[in-house]
Design a protein. Structure first.
Length: 247
């Protein structure tokens, strides 16, 4: 057999093996919010990044799978997961009873507080305060129950210009989002003041939501969370995107 023919046979065999490997590759469809810095956002190079994005990739790597990230509006995340349109979502969701009725939740990967972030003249519940919230968030549900004057928005990216233009007096957001907003240059002159909201439904475990038809995936994600925390990757991701420690 000639050397050329042997080379062709070897190349064919190599491509066949690669094809089998690709055919057997596990790919998880993962929901991410596109505009929620520092947890997930598009950077100056046009790349999706942030704490939750890095965590999603670390979890997939640990499970020997590839992440197919899908940006999803916050108010659609739970229903998208419940319908099986994605396998899981890394979206900083508080594990509320209402959400637990629709999806599976992983073990917690951090705990969160909710913050009223507003001008010094505007305190939680002050009559006449105009408050912005992100649709579908636990903070939005709380604000609706308080009968505050609300301006619901689709994403966290809409909050800074509303505050800067004086169209709202405050926003109600997760702790991590409040930190990001306070670092915004355009908002520095406003001297925004954070106030922790004491409602127990606004404080607690943040979990990964999982397709309810995949209980085995919950077990794999729980194990992956433990591994990522144990081997130091969690702390490195935390340090990269946040000026304080989660958990």
């Amino acid at each position: 057999m000639s050397g050329l023919r042997l080379a062709r046979l070897a190349l064919t065999a190599f491509l066949f093996v690669c094809g089998l490997a690709q055919a057997g590759e596990t790919v998880y469809r993962v929901a991410i919010i596109g505009n929620s810095p520092p947890m997930s956002y598009v950077d100056e190079q046009g790349r999706l990044t942030g704490f939750n994005v890095a965590m999603a990739r670390a979890l997939c790597e640990t499970m020997h799978a590839r992440c197919e990230l899908r940006t999803t509006p916050l108010d659609r995340v739970v229903d998208t997961v419940a319908a099986g349109e994605v396998d899981f979502a890394v979206v900083s969701l508080l594990a509320t009873p209402e959400r637990r009725a629709k999806v599976l939740f992983s073990k917690p990967y951090y705990r969160s507080l909710s913050i009223w972030l507003g001008r010094s003249s505007s305190t939680p519940g002050k009559a006449g305060s105009r408050v912005a919230v992100v649709r579908g968030s636990a903070q939005a549900r709380h604000a609706e129950a308080q009968e505050w004057t609300l301006l619901p928005v689709a994403s966290h990216a809409e909050l800074p210009p509303l505050l800067a233009a004086g169209k709202v007096d405050a926003v109600v957001v997760p702790m991590s989002t409040a930190v990001g907003l306070m670092a915004e240059r355009s908002l520095q002159p406003l001297d925004l003041r954070p106030t922790i909201l004491s409602d127990p439904l606004l404080t607690g475990d943040v979990c990964i939501s999982i397709d309810p038809r995949q209980p085995g995936l919950k077990e794999r994600i729980d194990a992956a969370i433990d591994t990522v925390k144990r081997d130091g990757r969690y702390d490195r991701i935390n340090t990269q995107f946040l000026p304080f420690r989660l958990q």
